[in-house]
Ligand binder design. Structure first.
Ligand code: UD1
Ligand code: PEP
Length: 429
């Protein structure tokens, strides 16, 4: 199993190109199931999760083409075409779906277009129980009949297809919003989604659906209104830059000190995280090309944070922010409100000498001036990267084991960091 070996202590200086967002690319790929015409996506990141979803899409009969990179385009994401001319199989099998949460979302488009779907209950990062009740509530509201059979959700649309409805989610869910939004585009009549997720990735997908001929209003707000149409068509759409990768590198630069330009980053997509970082004393500047992050010698102030749905502080940056707080000048608190088991990195951060106590949702972090390198183990995607950035700031050598988690969501991580002066390498085997 590959590992990452790094030696901490170097400041980060230079430019880091921000890749396309994993959490936007995946639902955009899934949206291609809604039409028999090609959907062209630009800026798709090269990630294990994208590869895995390609396998799932191919199993449904989608033709996938990856267009060649031009010279000088090493930092540009892939241009890919997804063509679901015929859906040959409406089953998404356990072997493929269990590896990744977002693959479950195919249930929305399959049901809308083929009027049936059989999708294995999902996998994904082990950060909580992650039920699918909100999806099932939404799909049933659109008229679907649902059974759970041998670990599969078996869904059937009524005669004539799904029917528009008002769906008021009791809790904000990114995945349920994506799924119901996609399903509703081909339902008969009007669907209103209340308490919808407002994440930028939802907006990216909603705008893609509009480019494909869907009628959606309220994009970017808590209430989405969808007028169903009979057919969608092909389109060309760009994947937004990854706000979680942006925030991760911003926190890495805050931890190591230095001066890094995060090229292509969009400040509006992670304003709450940038505001919190500014409170810690990090200097952030919006530039034409992206966001510049600087910390020159001054300490890191402790800041308390609660994770929340967008526009709040993202749970996907909680582990990285905790790593930063282990080096603050005092005591800080983090409250994880989205997932009930998203503190798996705590035991690993403690190996660096960090002082962290967890009580239910609340973590109390007492800052230390210097972490020390250690052997650590990656447990999930964002937890893994928090260990990498802790290692960059720690004294001595760190080895991060089980890095396959990292490859799910970070493109060329070692390359991007070493180009900014980090001593980091992947060790095979
Ligand atoms: C591929 C992708 O985009 N993943 C992101 C997505 O995950 P995902 O879409 O799985 O996260 P949700 O927004 O659905 O989950 C939020 C909360 O709702 C709960 N819930 C969700 C669905 C449901 O039917 N019932 C239910 O109780 C979840 O267990 C969790 O406690 O949003 C999360 C929250 O921003 C991010 O951490 C993930 O990186
Ligand atoms: C939790 C994540 O992914 P997933 O929802 O696919 O498990 C993530 O991207 O941080």
């Amino acid at each position: 199993m590959d590992r990452i070996r790094l030696v901490g202590g170097n400041e980060l200086r230079g430019e880091i190109p921000i890749s396309g967002a994993k959490n936007a690319a995946l639902p955009l790929m899934i949206a291609s199931l809604l039409t028999d015409e090609p959907l062209v996506l630009h800026n798709v990141p090269r990630l294990a999760d994208v590869k895995q979803l390609e396998r799932i899409m191919e199993n449904h009969g989608v033709d996938i083409a990856v267009h060649g990179r031009r010279r000088g385009e090493e930092d540009v994401g892939q241009r890919m075409t997804f063509h679901a001319a015929d859906i040959v199989d409406t089953t998404a099998p356990y072997d493929l779906v269990s590896k990744m949460r977002a693959s479950f979302w195919v249930i929305g488009p399959l049901l809308a277009r083929c009027h049936e779907a059989r999708v294995s209950l999902p996998g994904g990062c082990a950060i909580g129980t992650r039920p699918v009740d909100l999806f099932l509530y939404g799909l049933k509201a659109l008229g679907a009949e649902i059974d759970i059979d041998e670990g599969y959700v078996v869904a059937k649309a009524p005669k004539g297809g799904l029917v528009g409805a008002t769906i008021s989610f009791p809790k904000v869910s990114v995945g349920a919003t994506h799924t119901i939004l996609m399903a509703a585009t081909l339902a008969r009549g009007t669907t209103i989604i209340e308490n919808a997720a407002q994440e930028p990735e939802i907006t990216n997908v909603a705008e893609c659906l509009v480019a494909m001929g869907a009628k959606i209003s309220g994009i970017g707000t808590r209430t989405l209104t969808i007028e169903g149409v009979e057919k969608l068509h092909g389109a060309t759409v760009e994947v937004i830059p990854d706000r979680i990768e942006t925030g991760t590198f911003a926190m890495a630069a805050a931890m190591t000190g230095g001066d890094v330009l995060l090229k292509g980053a969009r400040p509006g997509h992670l304003q709450s995280a940038l505001d919190i970082l500014a409170q810690t004393g990090v200097e952030l500047t919006e530039e034409a090309e992206g966001i510049r992050v600087r910390r020159n010698g001054n300490g890191i102030r402790p800041v308390d944070v609660d994770t929340d749905p967008f526009p709040g502080f993202p749970t996907d940056l909680q582990a990285q922010f905790m790593a930063l707080m282990t080096m603050s000048d005092g005591v800080s608190h983090i409250r994880e409100t989205i997932f009930e088991n998203r503190y798996m990195h705590v035991a690993e951060l403690v190996r660096f000498g960090a002082d962290i106590a967890v009580n239910g949702q609340l973590a109390t972090i007492t800052g230390k001036s210097q972490l020390k390198g250690a052997q650590v183990m990656a447990t999930d995607l964002r937890a893994s990267v928090s260990l990498v950035i802790a290692g960059l700031a720690a004294k001595g050598e760190t080895v991060v084991n089980r890095i396959y988690h990292l490859d799910r969501g970070f493109e060329r991580l070692e390359d991007k960091l070493s180009r900014c002066g980090a001593e980091i390498e992947r060790v095979a085997g």
